[in-house]
Design a protein. Sequence first.
Length: 174
Amino acid sequence: MLEIPSYFTRLYTAAEIDKRVDEIAAQITEDFAGRKVHLVGVLRGANIFLSDLVRRIEVPLSYDFLAVSSYSGTSSTGVVRLIKDLDESIESEHVIVVEDIIDSGLTLNYILEQLQHRKPASVHVCAFLNRPHSRKVEMKIDYTGFEIPDKFVVGYGLDFEQKWRQLPDIWAIN
Ligand code: IMP
Ligand code: MG
């Protein structure tokens, strides 16, 4: 059995997450009606969110993944590296970058810089979680699941030292 430590507190249940993912998918479907979208998932945290999202978006789509590294433990080093690039070109695509959480914004800022060079038709951002108080670089987030307080969170794809990604709820580590 997987035991949840007593210093974890639940922020969002799987049912609440499910409802919110439905709403975001409906919004994307409406905003991109008549077009095709290309989702870019940021590994590994966005994997579960992207998987739920794509099954509810009702416009044609494709998706691809990239991976960056910027974190060890719970605090940002501010150094972002591309460790896995996209497999496909994004030229002329309506790109939606799908992230697990935007914290300082440094990771997303770096990813957006990389993608802008590749002549996409448009680039939008969809983040499952947003922690606006930690922001170091300003950016527009087009779709947000939940705005969270200044606490480190795990579950629904988010990890602490590679653990707890499998939890269906979102938990804060106190
Ligand atoms: P940023 O560059 O500071 O915006 O950090 C974004 C990345 O840090 C996310 O893609 C996550 O992988 C990781 N991260 C930031 N906060 C948390 C958290 O509370 N739990 C798990 N991962 C986090
Ligand atoms: Mg991440």
